[in-house]
Design a protein around this ligand. Structure first.
Ligand code: NAP
Length: 345
């Protein structure tokens, strides 16, 4: 077996459920021996771990589309890993695979769900970002639900992130006008100057709602919702008749707990607008569009090769830094697709 037997596994477990923002106490770092693969199994060494907003939901026991993690379980997560030893006919030592190994350095797999990656095709970390789940989420949600047409205005929040950056660029590829909402001048400059967004608005600005209205003089035809909260409040009055709203995420709300906020009931007013402006507001989880994945991979690879689709990764070294990096993701401290480099390639 080629792994160094002096290696130890490091695993990060859910220690307790956060009520609001996660803290260091919600995680346990635990050392364990490197496991030995049984017949039909492979031993994986994790190279990259993807950190994604959905992990906040898995830490909570609130009912959702996926089962919550149990206390004491290894934190879930998509990973890129190297096969260190194989007793599985489909995989050889040295293969690089996309796996779902979670927040740990080593893992066993029986091969279920593993996908081989070709390091000559693209940097393997992109399988967690622009060519992975977040890129696919942007593609499927925007094109299937948002259906942008040439000349229309598409607005996306968390626009410099893994999903949002792809949404805005695909909107432009389809001939629409892309307006990005992001936190801070650096992210806004990146969207305008590097990714070619047509307009950008900083949601930290005191007059954010006015700036957004000025950036959308013809109203909004597609709003790709990643955030919720005050961003949604500013967007909603600008939606045009027949506007489409793919509801992908509500990250501004993930740390707020489950109780509804105090205040007047504004649902009747919202429903009246849905009716009178013929709005389509449609939530989705990317897995429902799984049959579009081959088409996405082909198109996205072509757009990357032609320079129409660019990406930025925010790579943090060391698995032990995952809890703090994850806290930062929920506060906008990441700049680009957040990935933990667990081991050198
Ligand atoms: P990301 O955009 O790379 O990172 C999260 C970003 O959200 C932060 O950088 C920050 O950007 C913004 N943010 C965080 N807290 C915020 C707040 N309170 N108010 C406003 N903005 C805030 O993350 P991602 O992976 O691309 O995910 C984006 C969204 O897509 C999330 O809501 C996620 O849950 C959702 N998602 C859904 C699916 C699905 O199947 N439905 C799949 C993947 C992702 P700024 O600094 O620019 O504010």
């Amino acid at each position: 077996m080629s792994h160094d037997t002096s290696d130890r596994n490091l695993r990060i477990l859910l220690a307790s459920r956060p009520e609001r923002a996660p803290s260091a106490e919600n995680f346990t770092l635990e050392e364990a021996p490197v496991p030995e693969p049984g017949e039909g199994e492979v031993l994986l060494k994790v190279l990259y771990l993807s950190l994604d907003p959905y992990m906040r939901g898995r830490m909570s026991s609130a009912k959702s589309y996926a089962r919550p993690l149990e206390i004491g379980e290894v934190m879930e997560g998509g990973t890129v890993a190297r096969v260190m030893a194989s007793r599985h006919p489909g995989f050889a030592e040295g293969d690089i695979v996309l796996s779902y190994s979670g927040w740990q350095r080593f893992a066993l797999s029986d091969g279920t769900g593993l996908q081989k990656l070709d390091p000559a095709r693209a940097p393997v970390s992109t399988a967690l970002g622009v060519l992975g789940m977040p890129g696919f989420t942007a593609y499927a949600g925007l094109l299937t639900i948002g259906k942008p047409k040439p000349g229309e205005t598409v607005v996306v929040a968390a626009a410099s992130g893994a999903v949002g950056s792809v949404v805005g660029q695909i909107a432009r590829i389809k001939g629409a006008r892309a307006v990005g909402i992001a936190g801070g001048p650096e992210k806004c400059a990146f969207l305008r100057d590097e990714l070619g967004f047509d307009a950008v608005v900083d949601h930290h600005a005191a007059d954010f709602a006015e700036q957004l209205a000025a950036a959308c003089p013809d109203g909004i035809d597609v709003y790709f919702e990643n955030v919720g909260g005050k961003v949604w409040e500013a967007v909603f009055p600008l939606l045009n008749t027949y506007a489409r709203v793919p509801v992908c995420g509500l990250i501004a709300q993930y740390n707020l707990g489950d109780a509804p906020p105090a205040g007047p009931d504004r649902l009747p007013g919202l429903m009246r607008q849905v009716l009178t402006r013929s709005l389509t507001i449609r939530g989705f989880i990317q897995t429902e569009f799984a049959d579009q994945r081959p088409a996405f991979l082909e198109e996205a690879a072509g757009w990357i090769a032609s320079g129409q689709l660019r990406y930025r990764e925010d790579i943090v070294d060391g698995l032990e830094n995952a809890p703090e990096a994850f806290r930062g993701l929920l506060e906008g401290r990441n700049f680009g697709k957040l990935v933990i480099r667990v081991a050198a390639e």
